[in-house]
Design a protein around this ligand. Structure first.
Ligand SMILES: CCCCCCCC/C=C\CCCCCCCC(=O)SCCNC(=O)CCNC(=O)[C@H](O)C(C)(C)COP(=O)(O)OP(=O)(O)OC[C@H]1O[C@@H](n2cnc3c(N)ncnc32)[C@H](O)[C@@H]1OP(=O)(O)O
Length: 210
């Protein structure tokens, strides 16, 4: 991956990675908006709304949907999930993780699940934990790849409750490479407490599969 786009390339705030994807970089208004959207979803999930507030919010959201409709773009030109240096790389479906160390075959990050990812009893939803692992294991699986590697399987062990609203530590590292196959392990911890661990197999795509 290059550090920034060039004048001849996709633009000063964009780059293309090895996987052919289009990535935005930098402190963009889009990244700030995604942070706001994540915070908004946590507030919606945490609030007890009266009817008037729900109606007002519904109207505001309808207006925004209408404003965005003419801006629908094909996949190659979408921005969601493609802000390289934003928490969670600029998407909101998985909790925002902040990479602290990213090597060719490992990743260490901090992550906080909010109200939006609540399962019950102040514990994160199991599907949200699996989604985080798919993201976190998928990054080192793809870092040194010539072509994109897709998840063939993801096995998650839920060892203890994963608390929301607490900063957690998440790590992933490649354990074995066999031809196109990359085996990756991961752990999610709250301090000394192991909340969950995972093992995934990621398979580098063949040229005709991209
Ligand atoms: C914060 C900073 C950001 C910086 C950005 C940096 C850039 C990074 C960019 C991006 C990172 C992205 C991070 C997110 C990642 C998320 C990934 C996903 O969620 S992907 C969606 C879900 N997965 C699918 O949709 C796959 C669906 N399945 C398939 O497409 C195929 O099954 C595929 C490609 C996985 C394999 O199919 P075949 O036909 O190519 O390969 P065959 O021949 O079947 O298998 C090859 C070998 O693998 C084994 N294999 C295949 N599947 C297996 C399985 N489930 N279990 C065990 N072995 C399996 C086989 O037995 C075979 O092994 P033998 O070579 O014979 O030893």
């Amino acid at each position: 991956m290059t550090e920034a786009g060039s004048a001849a390339g996709p633009g000063a705030d964009e780059e293309r990675d090895l996987l052919g994807g289009r990535w935005l970089t930098g402190d963009t208004p889009y990244g700030a908006m995604i942070d706001r959207l994540r915070d908004f979803l946590d507030h919606v999930a945490a609030a007890k709304l009266d009817d008037a507030t729900a109606q007002a919010l519904d109207a505001d959201l309808a207006a925004w949907t209408q404003r965005l409709t003419p801006m629908v773009a094909d996949e190659a030109h979408r921005m969601f999930g493609r802000v390289r240096d934003a928490p969670g790389h600029g998407q909101v479906f998985a909790p925002a993780f902040i990479p602290d160390q990213m090597g060719d075959d490992s990743l260490h990050a901090r992550v906080t699940f909010g109200a939006f990812h609540l399962g019950a009893n102040y514990a994160a939803h199991g599907g949200a934990v699996a989604l985080l692992f798919d993201e976190i294991l998928g990054l080192p699986a793809n870092m040194s790849a010539q072509r994109m590697a897709r998840t063939a399987y993801l096995h998650v062990n839920y060892r203890a409750i994963t608390p929301i609203d607490k900063e957690l530590q998440v790590s992933a590292w490649v354990t074995k490479v066999e031809g196109r196959k990359r085996f990756v392990r991961g752990e999610l911890r709250y301090g000394d407490l192991l909340c969950a661990d995972a093992e995934g197999l990621f398979i580098e795509l063949l040229p005709h599969q991209q």
